[in-house]
Structures are given as C-alpha cells and as structure tokens.
Design a binder for this molecule. Structure first.
Ligand code: AP5
Length: 214
C-alpha cells in the first residue's frame, strides 16, 4: 500500500502516520523529519534547510524529490510506504508521477485554522524518532520524556506563533491545490481519496482512517 497524508501544519499527520505505519507495517516517510535529522547532523543540506524552515517556507522541489527518490529505493519500501508532508507542491506531485510511483490512497486530514495555533504551541517532539506529543491533548506518560526511550522531548524551532502563521500561508498557496489535484486523479485512476476531520481526538481520527482500510 502506498499512501499520502495531506493536511495543514498541526493537522495530526505525524501522529496518525506513526499509528498507520505500525498497523500496516510500512515505513513512515516524513520529509520534515528527514530535514530535521540533516539539521541535527550539521550536513550542508541541514544548513540550507534550517534557514528556509525557520521562515516557514518550503525547501526546493529538486532537493525534496532527490531525498524521496533515494528513500523509496531502500529495501524497507518494497511493500509500500506512507508519505507524511510530501508531496507539498504540484511540482512534487508531478515529480512523484515521473518516478512511476502509483499512490493507492490519499488521506486529507482537515483542521480549522484557529485550532492549529493552540496545537502547535503545546507540541513536544522526540527528535530522533519524530514522535510527537501534546502537553494537553496527547501527553507523554512521564512529563517531558519520550514514551519509548525515556529521552528528553523538545519544542520545534518552527512552532513559534509567527512561523506557524507563515507556514499556514504557504500551505494555502502551495499545498492546498493538491487536494483538487488528487481528487481529479481519483476520477481517472485506481487512487482513492478520503477526507478526515482532524478536530476529533487522535483515537477517533485513527479509527476513521483504519475503517477506510477495510
Ligand atoms: P513538517 O515537519 O512536515 O511539518 P508540517 O507539515 O507543517 O506538519 P507538522 O509536523 O507541523 O504537523 P502534523 O500534521 O504532523 O501534526 P502532529 O501530528 O505533529 O515540515 C516542516 C518544514 O519542513 C516545512 O515548513 C518545510 O520548511 C519543510 N518541509 C517538509 N517537507 C517538505 C516538502 N515536502 N517540501 C518542501 N519543504 C518541506 O500534531 C501537532 C500537535 O497536535 C502535536 O502536539 C500532537 O500531539 C497534537 N495532536 C495531533 N492530533 C491531535 C488530535 N486529533 N487532537 C488533539 N491534538 C492532536
């Protein structure tokens, strides 16, 4: 199964991707996590990406498609994968087609704008795994610590309110058009598109997503 999770910043893509990846036993490929790992490792990609991400802008299609091409060629992707935060522009979606990757399911997680800011301010992440928590809505078992490793959780640099607003604008201009792109593709291919209400609890959202696999 090859899936895409679409939705604005904070919609819950990463949270659901973690659960879907376990359920379907396919790798969770988050371009945001890959870029953050490059930043942590002080690579030249990381250095370039940090400036762009801190402004809430998008890294170039060329760089992102290069990352994806390399990632999907790895063995663990042979039975499918789940893209989280990719594609994010029409150019990236076209690039995906050129790689002859046929997507089976696109899941759009929608969320009203006012909910997004409060979600971001309470988010805490475990950088090595990308696991995401929320101090109120999805707290870790021990305050400030990752459930699986016990390591420290941190706040993301781009979760400051002003950067979140910039990311939302970028989403509306560059990523939102992908909804129509995939709805159109659904008419002429085997691709399935579903829309999920991300304002429900994480458990309800995943229940609804899992129902679509039946
Ligand atoms: P990326 O890391 O992809 O960020 P994003 O798409 O903006 O999404 P987020 O990770 O902020 O949110 P999410 O939907 O995963 O929500 P989460 O589950 O964490 O990208 C970061 C940057 O990298 C971009 O701005 C760009 O610069 C660059 N980049 C990445 N990919 C790129 C690409 N393809 N092209 C170009 N540039 C790219 O949940 C959020 C919070 O809410 C958490 O605290 C969570 O615990 C909580 N929560 C989750 N679900 C619920 C729920 N149902 N109810 C209550 N709380 C919930």
């Amino acid at each position: 199964m090859k899936l895409i999770l679409l939705g604005p910043p904070g919609a819950g893509k990463g949270t659901q991707a973690e659960l879907i990846s376990k359920k379907l036993n396919i790798p969770h490929i988050s371009t945001g996590d890959i870029l953050r790992e490059s930043i942590r490792n002080n690579t030249s990609l990381g250095e370039q990406a940090k400036k762009i991400m801190d402004q809430g802008n998008l890294v170039s299609d060329e760089i992102i498609l290069g990352i994806i091409k390399e990632r999907v060629s790895l063995r663990d992707c042979k039975d499918g994968f789940l893209f989280d935060g990719f594609p994010r522009t029409i150019g990236q979606a076209d690039g995906l087609k050129k790689l002859n990757i046929d997507i089976n399911l696109v899941i759009e997680i929608s969320l009203p704008e006012e909910t997004i800011i409060s979600r971001m301010s309470g988010r805490r992440i475990h950088p090595p795994s990308g696991r995401s928590y929320h101090i109120k809505f999805n707290p870790p078992k021990i305050d400030g610590k990752d459930d699986e490793t016990g390591e420290d959780l941190i706040q993301r640099d781009d979760d400051k309110p002003e950067t979140v607003l910039a990311r939302l604008e970028v989403y509306k201009k560059q990523t939102d058009p992908l909804i129509d792109y995939y709805l159109n593709l659904q008419k002429n291919s085997d691709l399935k598109f579903i829309k999920i209400n991300g304002a429900n609890s994480p458990q309800e959202v995943s229940k609804e997503i899992f129902r679509s696999f039946e």
